[in-house]
Design a protein around this ligand. Structure first.
Ligand code: SAH
Length: 223
């Protein structure tokens, strides 16, 4: 990829990104590693060229197949919630989408495992991360309701799509001391929850209202 495309110009320039990061700070994101990662990662390469000029607005944008790239504030908030008590070694992400949240995580933790049910999106995410030289991510086309047992347990699990109830497989694949951050609830409005696995069981915290696409079972394969 050309340096101009990676670095961006005008509405995709470093200065535009700095403005976004200042805004996230004003909205209460405190983790400097998370803020720096968002400042340094070009979000415009994850969206269609026609939308690139809007890539640093704090908003979700369409990525095809009825899905969206998450709003930067939500990505920051979830990542901060995941990292709050130290850096997890292995993180499982459910709902790769175009790979933006994946790329944010990959710069902050040693290993990321990511699952997406829509294969064309997964292939695009793979390509996006390759262009950025990110190589600590493993991809899987599959149903996140089942997690990715062979690679677990995970010190961190993060999901970008909302089930009505937390999938049992994800709870089982969480390491002791590990934390799971995900939206839970019905269509339109959910609670962002954080579940910490302890020696005694699972601790639940509700972090606030959010709005995500639903977690859907089954997979869609590329032609
Ligand atoms: N983190 C992504 C957001 C993608 S939106 C980003 O930064 O772009 C949520 C994604 O979850 C969609 O791509 C959707 O296809 C995917 N998804 C929904 N249900 C899923 C499931 N059961 N398993 C895996 N992925 C799922």
């Amino acid at each position: 990829m050309s340096a101009t495309r990676l670095n961006g110009i005008g509405m995709t320039s470093v200065r535009t990104r700095e403005r976004l990061v200042r805004r996230l700070g004003d909205q209460g994101i405190r983790n400097l590693f998370v803020l720096e990662r968002i400042r340094d990662l070009p979000r415009h390469i994850f969206v269609d060229e026609a939308l690139a000029s809007r890539a640093y607005e704090d908003t979700a944008l369409p990525i095809g197949f009825g899905q969206t790239i998450s709003q930067p504030y939500i990505v920051a908030r979830m990542t901060e919630a995941l990292l709050a008590r130290g850096v997890p070694q292995k993180v499982l992400e459910v709902g790769t989408g175009c790979g933006y949240q994946t790329a944010v995580l990959a710069g902050l933790v040693p290993q990321v495992f990511t699952i997406e049910r829509i294969e064309p999106l997964l292939l695009r995410a793979k390509q996006n991360l390759k262009e950025l030289g990110i190589n600590n991510v493993r991809f899987r086309h599959g149903d996140g309701y089942e997690g990715w047992n062979a690679q677990g347990p995970y010190e961190g699990i993060l999901a970008a799509a909302a089930p009505r109830e937390v999938p049992v497989a994800l709870l089982q694949q969480l390491a002791e001391g590990g934390r799971l951050v995900m939206p839970v609830g019905g269509e339109g409005r959910q609670d962002l929850v954080r579940i910490t696995r302890t020696a005694q069981g699972y601790e639940h915290e509700v972090l606030g209202p959010v709005s995500f696409v639903p977690l859907q079972s089954g997979t869609i394969t590329a032609e």
